[in-house]
Design a protein around this ligand. Structure first.
Ligand code: ADP
Ligand code: ASP
Ligand code: MG
Length: 410
């Protein structure tokens, strides 16, 4: 039998009892003859706790050392898990990112996996061991420890599954699978049996944190089937798979929200060639990722420019943009952190018309003002006031017929 890669998230390994339960479940797979590779996250809350510690030293901790610190969270969980497996009479071996090694680039805090060396893992598996690998971490070409960005253990798991030619990459989490929207804010959300890589990619990038975006990118590129399922029951979850013809029949498959962006507006910008390049140059140089950009039609060669950035980068961006605004003679720079982006996603949008109109009407009915709009082939996003996020998600969920039927009274 082949290799199975399983990844358990922070809540799934959040206590000693849970780690023991995961060990029992993994041993089952091992007893059935599978070669088991288990990627673990840090125990719930640990990574946040480590980041808080770093901020007690400095508001902007050194990024190399922050990665060394954050990587310890996963070191704890793999060690405890391997101990648990061994205490149950089976053989196990924990490996940190640098021991595999998982090679990455040198971008601390958001490193990208470049290559996975499978020799050590295969050697351990061939000796009948259950191998557990610390998620979220790697090694750069100078021998430094790197981390992959929040939620990065998903990416470790899929990268390992691709490199090992695993039968499947199972992502065990605290929900039963991928839902039509976040089940924690919309009780009528429905579990999907399957979803295409394309839709999952959009959902992940637009805020559904159930899978990390780079994990989906990897899976799509290397054709790794992902099974998202619950740690706490045996139900079948959601398969993330290549698109099939029947998927286009469904116009909207999912709805997401993202409260983690902020909006910046530059008022009265001179409208001439080179201005946009001048404004965004320092922002891009600082590694800040700009999401939506809207420029109004110009009047008397003066225009307003609005864009969004991740909230953690808001103050830094504001400072940079205020400097450029002064240089180019713009009137003012305004910032707004109380926004949210709600999006509808579906491969069916390619073949159905009028979807945007349906979205705008549904939001209008609830008196929700749309501040910005962006579209791509399979998604439409609207920026709204943050306080309306939950209402907007539930309204769109109903408007696009995604609501779960009420359970019959028994
Ligand atoms: P883990 O710690 O296991 O990696 P995460 O917290 O990163 O788990 O991801 C699981 C969470 O993702 C769920 O608890 C749920 O609140 C959230 N989520 C957001 N959108 C969705 C969705 N469409 N389907 C399922 N879960 C979602
Ligand atoms: N522990 C890391 C985080 O909390 C990585 C992960 O859980 O996937 O972001
Ligand atoms: Mg996660």
């Amino acid at each position: 039998m082949g290799v199975i890669v399983q990844k358990y998230g922070g809540t799934s390994v959040g206590s000693i009892e849970k780690i023991k339960a995961v060990a029992e479940r993994v041993i089952e797979g091992h007893r059935q003859g599978h070669k088991m590779v288990v990627v673990l996250s840090a125990m719930a809350g640990q990574t946040d706790g480590l980041i808080d510690l770093a901020h007690k030293i400095s508001p902007e901790p050194d990024l190399r050392e922050l990665d060394v610190l954050m990587a310890t969270g996963e070191q704890v969980s793999v060690a405890l898990f391997a101990m648990a497996v061994k205490s149950m009479g089976y053989n196990a071996c924990s490996l940190l990112g640098f021991q595999v090694p998982i090679h990455t680039d040198a971008l601390y805090g958001k490193a990208r996996i470049q290559d996975v060396d499978t020799a050590r893992i295969m050697r351990e598996l061939d000796q009948g061991r259950i191998v557990t690998v610390a998620g979220f971490q790697g090694l750069d070409s100078d021998g430094n420890i790197t981390t992959l960005g929040r939620g990065g253990s998903d990416t470790t798991a899929v990268a390992l599954a691709a490199a090992l030619g695993a039968e499947v990459c199972e992502i065990f989490t605290d929900v039963d699978g991928v839902y039509t929207t976040d089940p924690n804010i919309c009780p009528k959300a429905r579990k999907l049996d399957k979803i295409s890589y394309e839709e999952m990619l959009e959902m992940a990038s637009l805020g559904a944190k159930v899978l990390e975006i780079r994990a989906v990118e990897f899976a799509k590129k290397f054709n790794v089937p992902i099974h998202v399922r619950s740690t706490f029951n045996r139900e079948k979850g959601t398969m993330v798979v290549p698109e099939t013809k029947d998927m286009e029949k469904i116009v909207v498959s999912g709805i997401t929200y993202n409260k983690n962006e902020a909006r910046i507006t530059i008022k009265k910008v001179p409208d001439r060639p080179g201005i946009a390049a001048q404004i965004f140059e320092p922002v891009f140089r600082s590694g800040i990722v700009v999401d939506m950009i809207v420029q109004n039609t110009s009047e008397d060669e003066i225009t307003d420019l609005t864009f969004t950035v991740p909230k953690p980068d808001f103050h830094r961006t504001l400072k940079l943009v205020k400097e450029v605004a002064r240089d180019i003679g713009a009137e003012a720079v305004l910032g707004d952190e109380d926004i949210a982006k709600v999006s509808i996603i579906g491969v069916g949008m390619r073949t159905h018309a009028g979807v945007a109109q349906q979205m705008f009407k549904a939001l209008a009915k609830e008196n929700i003002n749309i501040m910005m709009i962006s579209t791509s082939e399979i998604k439409i996003s609207c920026v709204i006031e943050e306080k309306y996020t939950e209402l907007a998600v539930r309204t769109l969920h109903e408007a696009f017929g995604l609501d779960r039927e009420a359970e019959p009274e028994s």
